[in-house]
Design a protein around this ligand. Structure first.
Ligand code: PLP
Length: 281
């Protein structure tokens, strides 16, 4: 496997991570996961825009321009013969003797490589279980930072209880999933938490909102309570890797009639049509 290290493609075996890389020691960096369909990266520009925004928010200045990185990632996909999968990209603040504060002129360390990713067909068709948990993360969830400790803790809890996702609740309202955005449908209106510092504004979320608009489907970016979630007609999650997955039970109780909702299926199919059109050669 070829890995992009800063400006250069290297063999996986040759890659070395410095023990004093701040990404490794502090989680001091940002990342993205980009889905590749038929060899074509989907919404690459949107992911890179978010990557550069995240890095700016934490004061990391990339050594490559967005356009240069884009070309490197396209080369990485080509050199690895990646057809159906994902690309993981991360940038840490750089390497320095371990101390919390940093010199502003550090050179960032960029790493990108292919990761396996497959459409979760079974989950998309049958729906998945979710649990709820208090959202105890920091208040800059809009930054796609390497610090994922709380997300990991709740995802693991969900996994160990046989669920696929953990839905986070802050001050009684649903914010998002541990690695997804959450939508509910009530009386044919779709609701999702507004963008802001309490959620990561998902690229899939943004594409879905555009889709709802173009289809004339009623939607509101509006916070809703856990009670409203539990009484929704349909619930689904969205992310780059999961796309649109129905949530059919929450904390052991069925959502609606306990099977994938018909509107969710329509949304998923329309979203997959978007992907197909965007990645057609
Ligand atoms: N929210 C969180 C916390 C995430 O980690 C992710 C994806 O990893 C998402 C939302 C969904 O974002 P996207 O659609 O850009 O993958």
């Amino acid at each position: 496997m070829k890995v992009l290290i800063n400006n250069e493609l290297q063999d996986r075996q040759e890659v070395k991570v410095d023990i004093e890389d701040r990404g490794y020691q502090f989680g001091d960096g940002v990342y993205e996961v980009i889905r590749v369909y038929e060899g074509v990266p989907y919404t690459l520009d949107e992911h890179l825009a978010r990557f550069y925004r995240s890095s700016k928010e934490i004061g990391i200045t990339p050594h490559l321009s967005l356009e240069e990185l884009k070309q490197k990632l396209i080369l990485l996909i080509k050199e690895n013969g990646l057809n159906d999968g994902g690309i993981y990209v991360q940038m840490s603040r750089g390497v320095a003797p371990r101390k919390h504060q940093y010199e502003v002129n550090l050179t960032p360390e960029l790493v990108a490589y292919p990761v396996p990713s497959k459409r979760p067909d079974k989950e998309q068709k049958e729906g998945v279980a979710a649990i709820t948990a208090e959202d105890l993360r920091w208040l800059r969830c809009d930054i796609k930072s390497l610090n994922l400790l709380y997300n990991i803790m709740i995802k693991q809890k969900a996994h160990e209880s046989g669920a696929f996702e953990g839905i986070l609740v802050r001050d009684g309202n649903i914010t998002e999933g541990t690695s997804s955005n959450i939508f509910i449908i009530k009386d044919r209106t779709i609701y999702t938490h507004p963008a802001g510092n309490l959620i990561l504004n998902g690229i899939t979320r943004t594409k879905l909102l555009e889709l709802f608009k173009s289809k004339g489907w009623a939607y509101k970016e509006q916070a809703f309570s856990k009670e409203t979630l539990l009484q929704a007609d349909e619930v689904f999650m969205s992310s780059t890797t999961a796309e649109v997955v129905p949530i059919t039970s929450i904390d052991g109780k069925p959502v609606g009639n306990g099977s994938a909702g018909s509107f969710t299926v329509e949304i998923r199919e329309a979203f997959q049509e978007l992907i197909k059109n965007a990645t057609a050669a």
